[in-house]
Write a protein that binds this ligand. Structure first.
Ligand SMILES: [Zn+2]
Length: 586
């Protein structure tokens, strides 16, 4: 009885009152790209404790082995005496702490990968993606504590969504649990900072790097996007929100958090079409504050940081978000109805025209993101389909279905509101895949077994003309059968090298392989554009001889052109007025 009670206390609370973990983050010599971390643990009674560094960063579904960047790990007790420390797993250190109530763990983190999901430090700025920098105490992810940032002498600003502990201590922050800590990236340097208010929320923008942006334009346009997004859900859960923007040459997109995001964009992105793409990225990451950070499958929070967290619902988390990152730009006035439809047409043709779309169902694409989407190879186009684009089309499918069934009274917005209210606000939990399906069926009033069998767990092409029937959108199937070589070439030092081969293509039938160099055609030397020109002029059945070099061994193959039918659809607005279409594309 006593034992049972004791176990209950530990299971239910996890944290014993008074346990804290305080991190000190310094960067004495930024040019060597090392952050120095000291982690002070107090109130732990165990004789030994394990500390680990995550192997992945939530929102980016790849095991990245962040512990590869950790060096010089030491542990001391409150009096400065060194404690015995042993590495027990690739990302875990075990410390024999004995009776000491305070332990100080110190280590260096090499940070030289500037992306939204990794960390970076040089003389111009520091960026901390917490999961690659802060270790956690095993079995104690719920502990709260402080983070003290000690910036390099030349740095004057620290931007993070972590709450400031006290007004007069600008670089001391607090966190409520480990998920909270690593969900708040930290930008340290001399970044440009400005604020604006939208949907009743204070937004701060911290920009690293020069660029062709104008602050007032950004405030106006980002506010419009935020206000449209908040209308989708009817409520905005944050009081404060932070955008960290990195203006670089090679922009890499964004990563979502509960009350902040990091965006990595080309520094000249702020004009013309690429500015609209920037706003779409803003819309995408901001939408995630609801969809995936709060409306989420069980597996996506709280997290297991030691291994992959598999879910088959990324088609909802990423796909729905991708649908809205364009739809909301329409609602905010950046696209016309026909421009939006043109975007959708190109998404549909991208998906249906991909060989991998007939091989990998979107639920599998989601589950296998860790080993496939994030680890592509030369054969990926034959075997995979992105849950982003296929998911965005399925979102449109469901939106239209709900609008039609409700005669223009409700849409996907209302389903998302329902999920937010039921699972996040009321139950404060994630959901299973079958719960998601059940809610969707309840909301649409339809049995969705065949929808799931065909499009979620299957790879069928939707009948788009049926889907848009009565929506004021015409669909024309313009699939045509054309001669197709089936190999993609790249040019390397003037050589024509095969980079991809389509399954069941003429190139595959001829015995060609990725990495083959095509040297000659019918007795003539050729380069990449020569061979592409020849292939364009061939008809089905035409034959020719190719001279190939594979691993520096020369041989000839005879090649026979075959036809390929690539699915393709045209979408157009019909001329007559349509109430449902005007509601859908409002
Ligand atoms: Zn996303």
């Amino acid at each position: 009885m006593k034992l049972k009670a004791l176990v209950f206390v530990f299971l239910c609370c996890g944290t014993v009152y008074g346990q804290t973990v305080k991190y000190y983050l310094s960067m004495p010599k930024p040019q060597n790209h090392y952050f120095h971390v000291e982690m002070v643990l107090e109130g732990f009674n165990e004789k030994s404790i394990d500390v680990s560094l995550p192997v992945w960063s939530p929102g980016s579904y790849l095991v990245r082995e962040f512990s590869k960047n950790i060096n010089l790990v030491t542990a001391t007790d409150g009096s400065g005496k060194e404690l015995q420390l042993k590495k027990t797993k690739k990302n875990t250190w075990s410390i024999a702490k004995g009776k000491s109530s305070e332990i100080r763990i110190a280590y260096d983190v090499y940070a030289f990968e500037l992306s939204v999901r990794t960390s970076f430090l040089d003389l111009t700025h520091g960026f901390v993606s917490g999961s690659g920098v802060f270790m956690f105490v095993e079995d104690h992810l719920d502990i709260s504590g402080d983070v003290v940032v000690v910036p390099y002498d030349g740095f004057s600003e620290v931007s993070t969504a972590l709450p400031r502990k006290e007004r007069n201590k600008p670089f001391v922050f607090s966190y409520s649990d480990y998920d909270h800590l690593v969900d708040c990236p930290i930008e340290i340097g001399n970044q440009l900072i400005f604020d604006f208010k939208a949907s009743g929320v204070n937004h701060t923008v911290a920009i690293y790097g020069e660029g062709n942006f104008e602050i007032e334009t950004l405030k106006r346009d980002m506010s419009k996007v935020i206000e449209e997004e908040t209308k989708v859900f009817g409520q905005n859960p944050n009081k404060e929100y932070l955008f960290i923007i990195h203006n670089v040459v090679d922009g890499q997109g964004g990563l979502e958090h509960k009350n902040s995001t990091t965006l990595s964009v080309n520094r000249w992105t702020y004009s013309g079409n690429s500015y609209v793409k920037f706003l779409s990225l803003v819309a995408h990451e901001y939408f995630h504050l609801w969809n995936v950070k709060r409306i989420r499958p069980f597996e996506l929070g709280p997290f297991d940081y030691n291994k992959e967290n598999y879910t088959d619902l990324l088609w909802v988390m990423e796909g729905f978000t991708s649908y809205y990152d364009e739809l909301l730009l329409l609602r905010a006035g950046y696209y016309s109805q026909s421009e939006f439809l043109a975007k959708m047409e190109s998404s549909i043709n991208y998906v249906e025209g991909s060989v991998g779309a007939r091989v990998q169902p979107v639920a599998h694409a989601s589950y296998d993101a860790w080993i496939k989407a994030y680890r592509p190879n030369e054969n990926s186009s034959n075997t995979t389909m992105t849950y982003y684009t296929r998911g965005s089309i399925l979102a449109a499918f469901l939106d239209v279905k709900i609008i039609r069934n409700s005669k223009g009274e409700r849409g996907l917005d209302h389903f998302l509101q329902h999920m937010y209210e039921k699972f996040y606000v009321k139950a404060a939990r994630g959901f299973t895949s079958s719960e998601f399906k059940q809610e969707l069926e309840g909301f649409t009033g339809e049995n969705l077994d065949s929808f799931y069998a065909d499009y979620i767990d299957g790879t069928a092409i939707p009948t788009y003309s049926d889907l848009f029937e009565g929506m004021g959108v015409s669909v024309t199937d313009v699939t045509s059968t054309k001669p197709d070589f089936g190999a993609t070439l790249r040019s390397s030092g003037g050589k024509a090298i095969i980079s991809r081969i389509r399954t069941n293509s003429a190139a595959e039938d001829a015995g060609l392989s990725v990495n083959d160099e095509i040297i000659g055609c019918n007795g003539y030397r050729v380069n990449k554009s020569d061979i592409e020109g020849v292939m364009r002029s061939l008809r089905k059945g035409d034959e020719l001889d190719l001279l190939i070099s594979r691993d520096e061994i020369l041989f000839s193959v005879s090649f026979k052109m075959t036809n390929y039918a690539k699915p393709r659809f045209l979408l157009n607005l019909t001329n007559e007025e349509n109430k449902l279409r005007d509601y859908w594309l409002r």
